[in-house]
Design a protein around this ligand. Structure first.
Ligand SMILES: Cc1ncc(COP(=O)(O)O)c(C=O)c1O
Length: 413
């Protein structure tokens, strides 16, 4: 048995990449005395550099990944009651913006091995009221964007790519966040790079870019001959201080991703052939950048499945999450009970009954995915020693759970 070790954590300095570069950027920013991005230069530089790094024409920084999704939805300007297809396995911050903009989230099933939506699952829920599709590149594994874009283009439906967990992820040699009409990123504490809270929105379309920019800025037309507040919009600006940190973090992104991909491949090699364990299924022609590393656990081989294996690993200090978000997004109270504005239930009052039909039979992939997934924390500071530790503890836990079963069977005879 290997000695217990503590893994780096993305919740503190053990697993984050802050250093003298971020300190110096913040010092320089403070020295300018300008902390609003409407006047300063740090956020603007971040936007230019991020757009260039992923090959998008435009990027705009904002206050969170949820704000980024809100900007994306607002930029497409749905009519009240329009439907926006989204995934049933995602963060609530990717869903509430749909409702705030008066549209109906229509949930789409996922592939139980990649945990992502597919062209086939999206097609099943397209209706005459579909206004957009949000695809989420979950855990850093790309959705298969070829067939998804073919489908969306055939139906004339814009695609929003939620890349909160997918920095530098590619599909068919193209960065996610550049396939659809809009891409959204999160800079929250646990993401590949972070400013604690923060977000980025990308697009190649100048008209959409203009609306994103305005939506972040109370729809005030800065620099226009006769500026006004043109439409309903919040202040979602990123501060210059966060922009300074993000700019320094962006310089480290390639190394962060390279490290995560390398150590993930090493663990996959270590776990090859382990009974009852499926290592990540990477989308064909995709590069998975491992926000997290997921195991799919077969409970017919490993008694107790993901919950039992998760408990054993947590005993080893590996803070994994069996079942990820525990339940599909549509099972959360806000959606299930339509808890929105006062007691109105608006905009769900405008929904077609099929759009809010969350019957289990319509989401077999989703339930299957959540029942089997075990999400391991992943980090750019993992070393070969950490990977060896993870592999050993996983192997030992699997062995122990499967041999207990053999003993019980034997004892019961
Ligand atoms: C897939 C996805 N979308 C959106 C968000 C929302 O981002 P934020 O927490 O920065 O608001 C998250 C955050 O975890 C996420 O994982």
């Amino acid at each position: 048995m290997t000695n217990r070790i503590t893994l780096p954590s993305d919740q503190d300095s053990t697993g984050r990449t802050f250093g003298p570069e971020e300190l110096e950027a913040v010092r320089q920013c403070l020295a300018t005395g300008t902390l609003t991005s409407t006047k300063g230069n740090f956020v603007r530089q971040l936007e230019t550099k991020f757009a260039a790094r992923i090959g998008a024409k435009f990027a705009y920084a904002c206050s969170s990944g949820s704000a980024a999704v809100h900007c994306a939805v607002a930029a497409l300007n749905p009519e009240p009651g329009d439907e926006i297809i989204t995934t049933s396995i995602t963060d609530m911050g990717a869903i509430t913006p749909i409702i705030y903009q008066g549209a109906i989230p229509v949930f789409c099933d996922v592939d139980p091995h990649t945990y992502n939506v597919t062209a086939e699952s999206i097609e099943k829920v397209i209706s005459s009221r579909t206004r957009a599709v949000i695809v989420t590149h979950l855990f850093g594994n790309p959705c298969d964007m070829g067939p998804i874009m073919d489908l969306a283009n055939r139906h004339g439906i814009p695609v929003i790519e939620d890349c909160a967990q997918a920095f530098l992820t590619t599909c068919r040699d193209q960065h996610v966040g550049t396939f659809g009409a809009v891409g959204t990123f999160s800079l929250q504490q646990g993401k590949h790079i972070t400013t604690g809270e923060g977000g980025i929105v990308t697009t190649n379309d100048p008209a959409i870019a203009r609306r994103i920019y305005l939506f972040i800025n109370k729809a005030w037309g800065y620099g226009d001959p006769q500026p006004d507040h043109y439409f309903l919009a919040p202040n979602y600006r990123m501060s210059e201080l966060a922009g300074a940190v993000a700019l320094a973090q962006l310089e480290k992104l390639d190394a962060v991703v390279e490290s995560r991909v390398r150590t993930a491949a090493a663990l996959t090699t270590e776990l090859a052939g382990l009974p009852g364990i499926e290592t990540p299924v990477i989308t064909e022609q995709g590069v998975h950048t491992f926000w997290k590393y997921c195991l799919r656990v077969d409970e017919t081989v490993i008694p107790g499945g993901t919950v039992a294996l998760g408990a054993a690993l947590r005993d080893s200090g590996i803070l994994c999450a069996p079942r990820y978000i525990q339940k599909p997004a549509f099972e959360c109270q806000v959606i299930r009970n339509q808890v929105t504005f006062g007691t109105s239930r608006w905009p769900f009052t405008l929904a077609r009954p099929e759009a809010t039909d969350y019957s289990r039979s319509r989401f077999t992939g989703t339930w299957n995915a959540l029942e089997h997934v075990l999400v391991l924390p992943w980090n750019e500071k993992y070393t070969d020693e950490h990977i060896e530790y993870l592999a050993t503890r996983i192997r030992n836990a699997v062995l122990s759970l499967t041999s207990k079963d053999v003993c019980q069977v034997t004892a019961g005879r």
